[in-house]
Write a protein that binds this ligand. Structure first.
Ligand SMILES: Nc1ncnc2c1ncn2[C@@H]1O[C@H](COP(=O)(O)OP(=O)(O)OP(=O)(O)O)[C@@H](O)[C@H]1O
Length: 328
């Protein structure tokens, strides 16, 4: 459904000069440098797939989404969505896609939500019968009923996000771009939005590209992760591949009977373990490909009296944090 090939985008940036003299010089005789925000990205997304597009702040996610939606023109490379080039024949292309920028709304601030949908119906030329059916479906999935008659400016952030997602889906697009759809929402609302996204994807086979900083969104929704850093691809694969390839660090927390017992424990039989001790607690971090949890448990329990143990699996947030810190 989506094919991206060697996609790049550079921006011309003014070089800032220091001091008042420099500022005046920049104003009348600016000097420019080229900044590569996106570098040679190549990936494809199959019909019905949900791709999690992740990266640190400034990695180039929004710039990529803007090229895929046709807002920006690539400096080089190509992207085609359902066989169409986003920058060509925009009127036809926008009927194929839905876009939600979580930080901004596409709704009219002073109009009642229902009226906004009627305007969008005309813009996208949705036939009356289809519009009614669509509104019933969106009402059911996104629970719009309680606020559909209210002006957009009076909606809460969670209601506004549901309203925006419904607006992006009104014309039954084949591809949906969601840029931070759960930003700033409370846990319960996030949960509702995720369920709605999942239902739409399953019932309509909508292909979705989702950018988010909330890794629970990725774990719960995405079949695949595409990770970028400074505009370049870093990882392309499933969540379980990410965990099995990079999530080797596990953690076991021991609670011992007393501080005296803690002093009895040594880890000299293991070469690479990271140990932290606090009161009666011992926290051990280790590479699960080199040491197994039973080996570690056996060693500690044979040396001292353990009252509680908790084992933490590799967590996607930790893996990505290590990626961004360049430890991986
Ligand atoms: N119009 C522009 N002109 C110049 N530089 C730009 C422009 N748009 C984006 N950039 C730069 O390109 C880089 C990538 O920005 P982008 O908004 O794509 O990042 P992002 O991954 O979406 O970040 P965030 O998670 O913070 O939204 C940044 O360094 C940004 O300053």
């Amino acid at each position: 459904m989506i094919e991206v090939n060697e996609l790049s985008k550079s921006f011309k940036k003014t070089i800032k000069q220091s001091g008042l003299k420099g500022a005046v010089k920049s104003l009348f005789n600016p000097e420019y440098e080229t900044f590569e925000a996106v570098k040679n990205l190549t990936f494809d997304v199959k019909k019905g797939e949900i791709l999690g597009f992740i990266g640190a702040n400034g990695a180039g996610k929004s710039t990529t989404i803007k090229m895929l939606t046709g807002i920006l023109t690539p400096t080089s490379g190509t992207c085609t969505i359902n066989g169409k080039i986003p920058q060509e024949n925009r009127t036809e292309y926008v009927k194929e896609i839905g876009v939600v920028f979580g930080q901004r709304t596409q709704l009219w601030w002073d109009l009642a939500l229902q009226e906004t949908y009627s305007v969008l119906k005309e813009i996208y030329e949705v036939p009356d019968k289809q519009f009614e059916k669509r509104m019933d479906f969106l009402n059911e999935v996104l629970e719009l009923q309680e606020f559909i008659k209210d002006p957009v400016r009076t909606l809460s952030l969670g209601q506004r996000m549901r309203a925006d997602i419904a607006a992006s889906l009104l014309h039954s697009p084949k591809v949906l771009f969601l840029d931070e759809p759960t930003i700033g929402l409370d846990v319960a609302v996030k949960d509702n939005i995720r369920k709605a996204i999942m239902q739409i994807n399953q019932e309509e086979q909508t292909t979705i590209i989702l950018t988010t900083h909330d890794l629970a969104d990725i774990e719960l929704l995405c079949n695949r992760i595409y990770m970028i850093d400074k505009g370049e691809a870093m990882f392309d694969g499933s969540v379980s591949q990410l965990k099995s390839t990079f999530g080797k660090i596990h953690e076991v927390d021991f609670e011992l009977f007393s501080e005296e017992e803690v002093k009895k424990v040594n880890f000299t039989s293991f070469s690479e373990v990271e140990v932290e001790q606090m009161g009666r607690q011992i926290k051990v971090r280790f590479d699960a490909t080199k040491i197994t949890v039973p080996q570690l448990l056996h060693s500690v329990m044979s040396q001292a009296q353990v009252v509680d143990v908790s084992v933490k699996d590799a967590d996607i947030e930790e893996i990505i944090r290590r990626f961004f810190r360049k430890e991986i």
